[in-house]
Design a protein around this ligand. Sequence first.
Ligand code: ME8
Length: 519
Amino acid sequence: MERPLSGHDSFYVTTPIYYISGNPHIGHAYTTIVADVLARTARTEQRTYFLTGTDEHGQKVADAAAAAGKSPLQWCDDLLPRWKSLFELYQVEYDDFIRTTQPRHETVVQAVFEKLRENGDIYLGKYEGWYCVHDETFWLESKLVDGKCPTCGRPVQWLSEDDWFFKLSKYNDRLKQYFVEHPDWVRPRAVYNEMMALLEEGLDDLSITRTNLEWGIPVPASAGAAHGVIYVWFDALLNYISALGWPAGPKMQTFWPASVQLIGKEIARFHTLIWPAILWGIGEPAPHMVFAHGWITVEGQKIGKSLGNAVDPFELAHRFGSDAMRYFLLREAPFGSDFSYSEEKIVQRYNSDLGNDLGNLLRRSLAMLEKYRNGLVPQPPYDEAERNRVFGEQFADLPRRVRTLIFNLQFRDALEAIWELVSALNRAIDDRKPWTLYKEGRANELDALLYDLCEGLRWLAMLIAPFMPARARTIWHQLGLNTAIDAAWSEALVWGGIAAGTQTQPGEALFPRIEQVPT
Ligand code: ME8
């Protein structure tokens, strides 16, 4: 990779800010969990900032509020706890949660508008054309499919108004050059190519105000012919820097440009064509990377609030546990691709990878330790040099490998790499049969094996911690370890960290078996 995400002294990861026009669904949890895995990994080595939040302006929110007989702000205030509780349920530890109705954001949006106007990047013109309320997007007639929105397929409405325009076309060449010089700045490649094709066609200027809408950030009065509100996308994109206190806040100096901005692929155009141009207009650099991931689908359809097939993420976390859901979402498909969701698949992954492989490894290791050694981690009967020979040598580079894969957003590969250790430990039990070693009085061999199982489990707790924080802690505690798990991550490089004599405490099953509910 051209610009590796690790190795810098600060790390800034963002998710889209979500439209608070309804309840969250599993797609919103997905992006936010991915950001959390990255942030948890980065935090152990770098100054890290993880931002998420809610997009509260625009017609879509105004319409939802009106339908409920509430003011837009009341609507947002009432729904916000539901969104925040979802993230809490999924153990998302963000550093900041921004709402676009907060004054700290609104003042920045107006200041950016002013700055662009002073620089001559904004002008007053007439907008006539089509608008999709669902996607809050302006469309040229030629882009419509059967007269409908090309992205979501809904009817569009005709707008004719005097608006302020951003000179996006002016940045077309600079964008093209930037894409050529930074071939990894937009990932995955398919999205990069799609955006490059749009640049080849040429970008039009962008209307960035809405005259006939009241719910939004007012166009600054100093703009003279000011009227209406700022277009919701122009407003929303700026959250990534308003949260840092643009222009001069200390966080801006530390964290901008962002290390990685995570989005769903349907909003790649806004983040990779419009967003860098706005940033350049105000003298800021583009983010290091925008990663546009695929969709979770059900029967081939994107899960969405309004498609009526939203899967309730609260119910899923209650049924399967938030750790198992986090595991499933990151393990099921390579990050970037679409993947179809089904409960059968969750149950299958849960019972096999989590219950049988990892859960049973912990259960049987600690049960044997309890039975043969009173639950005390034995003194391994080998010296320092030899200790590293077997597992230590075989897995010496595993923590680094996992970190690299995580920072390269290859979460499935990272989990597969971790499961190589799970399998190796399970195989060691099956091959070396501790019960026979015990019966035959081969104490040294038994101690060596039991020690390696405990140490291996210690490694596993650290390695899975960014993915499954709660279950990692369960393993840690059952091993009898009391230190903070995150701090130990980089010490894991040497096999032999668990002290002989540690009193283990077998407890609840990690992932009790789940029976498939008949459909
Ligand atoms: O677009 N699969 O907000 P939004 C995977 N407010 N991820 C999904 C998904 C699915 N089926 N459905 C949604 C907006 N997502 C704007 C963003 S940013 C300045 C403004 C995730 O509520 C994915 O991250 O429609 C997607 O991009 C985002 O939710 C869209 O959320």
